[in-house]
Design a protein around this ligand. Structure first.
Ligand code: C2O
Ligand code: CU
Length: 488
């Protein structure tokens, strides 16, 4: 186990009176944002009953001693987060969806050294965009996030409309044996196909949550798919419900009834905000994943006669439902006419690529690579014919594309495989400009689900740094479906 000193020396980021990005690229020339709030964050283990009250507990991984630790902040804050690694393997923290400087993006090897057990790393996290975000490790994600390591980052905006109630719902399945221990997080049959599913389905760590809100009140639900694998079709058994944000970013509200099949299809890492108008006292609203043949109802909202102090009496009378619009996203807008066009095919890795990179998992080198570079030992997937160097002797692959800071890009993501892939780009908020199926409304996001045979086009203004671009089905990512854009 490396000492703290060796970790710091290896990190090369300690400087009197401040901190310096771990990687000294062109991005280092950008001035650091000024921190407004210091926070400590640590990871560790805890025993938690996932199988039921009378069943054995599971040893899960958490931030700050609580499942789905939630940080609430205001738009405009810059968090200065000292992270301490209390789990038993190297890790990092990635601030999913945050437009951050590259040095704080949390990618081992590419943007920072791995934080060893007992080690620390400081992250400067600027909160320019309001919305529902999350954070998670970027090493052995199937293992670390699969066992629970993920936190919620809520960025409030003074311009947000006033709701009578707000609830946060973190959906995640767990791969558990009857004695509460974890089953293997990844099986080849899953990793090479749709993924290895957990059978214990939960919301906020429970099988189902029972929530309350005032009758005829306006409720904001922030729903996060924090599962490693599962694509969900989120729907509500109630007409007065609208989709108001995707991945934290407002879109013109859409009644759920007006979406295809009345649901929003959401892959791992995707988030939605819903506005629900409650029925009369005693009435209920049920939320479910309608995708599976066996419907999973994860939350029931019951209308109570209680009022909230903020609400006016009129707010508790029946009235027509007009969904609230959240403040519009303020992100750099790509120039679609002048944008450089690129296209990437998502596909199974070719046999040649698999052969080139495969190391037997029991090879000590494979183990060392998994530990230090956070890569898997098998390659099944590729983006644009390239696979992240899983189990290979190479260090990093070349970038998928070289881009210029401040330029606009239109990237077509073409799914040539038989499985859906939620594709995530770090460090940017992109615009989803079209999908070949016509399924997706125009919206801003950091992750987009691309269905089999579908082509989705995204656009963004490139920010400086090396930004990974990967599938957020964690096994796909660890089995090669990851690359990066180099923006200079
Ligand atoms: Cu939440 Cu690289 O991802
Ligand atoms: Cu995938």
């Amino acid at each position: 186990r490396p000492s703290r000193r060796s970790v710091l020396a290896g990190g090369a980021f300690v400087l009197a009176g401040g901190l310096l990005p771990g990687r000294l690229g062109s991005a280092a020339a950008t001035p650091l944002p000024k921190a407004t709030r210091a926070l400590d964050l640590s990871s560790g283990f805890m025993d938690f009953r996932l199988l039921g009250p009378d069943k054995p507990a599971s040893r899960i991984s958490v931030y700050d001693g609580t499942p789905f630790k939630t940080i609430r902040a205001r738009r405009g804050e810059v968090l200065d987060i000292t992270y301490r690694n209390g789990i038993d393997e190297g890790t990092t923290v990635h601030w999913h969806g945050i437009r951050i400087q590259n040095a704080f993006d949390g990618i081992p090897t590419l943007t920072q050294p791995l934080v060893q057990p007992g080690g620390t790393f400081r992250y400067l996290v600027p909160l320019d965009d309001p919305g529902t975000f999350f954070f998670h490790p970027h090493c052995d994600e199937t293992g670390q996030t699969g066992k629970g390591l993920a936190g919620v980052l809520l960025v409030e905006d003074e311009r947000d409309p006033a709701f009578d109630a707000e609830h946060v719902l973190c959906l995640k399945d767990w791969r558990l044996a009857d004695d509460g221990s974890f089953l293997a997080m990844s099986e080849p049959a899953g990793a090479s196909k749709a993924g290895t599913y957990g059978a214990t389905r939960t919301v906020n760590g429970q099988p189902v949550v029972e929530l309350e809100a005032p009758a005829h009140g306006d409720v904001r639900l922030r729903i996060l798919n924090l599962d490693s694998t599962r694509v969900m079709d989120i729907g509500v058994d109630h007409g007065d419900a609208a989709l108001i944000a995707v991945d934290g970013h407002a879109l013109p509200p859409i009644l759920l009834d007006n979406l295809p099949d009345g649901v929003w299809r959401m892959g791992p890492a995707q988030r939605i905000d819903l506005h629900i108008r409650m029925p009369a006292a005693g009435g209920t609203v049920r939320l479910a994943d309608y995708r599976q043949s066996s419907l999973y109802t994860f939350a029931t909202l019951t209308a109570t006669s209680a009022t909230t102090p903020a609400a006016t009496p009129a707010a508790h009378a029946p009235r027509p439902f007009r969904p609230f619009a959240l403040p519009r996203p303020q992100v750099p807008r790509a120039d679609l006419k002048r944008a450089t066009r690129l296209s990437f095919l998502l596909q199974q890795a070719t046999d040649a690529a698999v052969k080139e990179t495969a190391l037997p998992p029991d090879d000590p080198l494979a183990k060392a690579l998994i530990d230090s570079l956070c890569v898997g030992s098998t390659t099944y997937w590729a983006i644009g014919q390239q696979s992240w160097p899983t189990g290979t002797r190479r260090n990093l692959p070349p970038p998928l594309a070289e881009m210029t800071t401040g330029r606009s890009y239109r990237v077509s993501i073409n799914n040539g495989s038989r499985y859906p892939h939620p594709v995530h780009l770090h460090g940017h908020v992109f615009e989803v400009i079209n999908s070949s199926t016509g399924r997706l409304p125009h919206h801003f996001a950091d992750t987009v689900l691309v269905q089999p045979d579908e082509i989705v086009e995204i656009a963004f203004v490139a920010a400086p740094g090396d930004w990974v671009f990967h599938c957020h089905i964690l096994e796909h990512m660890e089995a090669g479906m990851m690359g990066y854009f180099r923006v200079t």
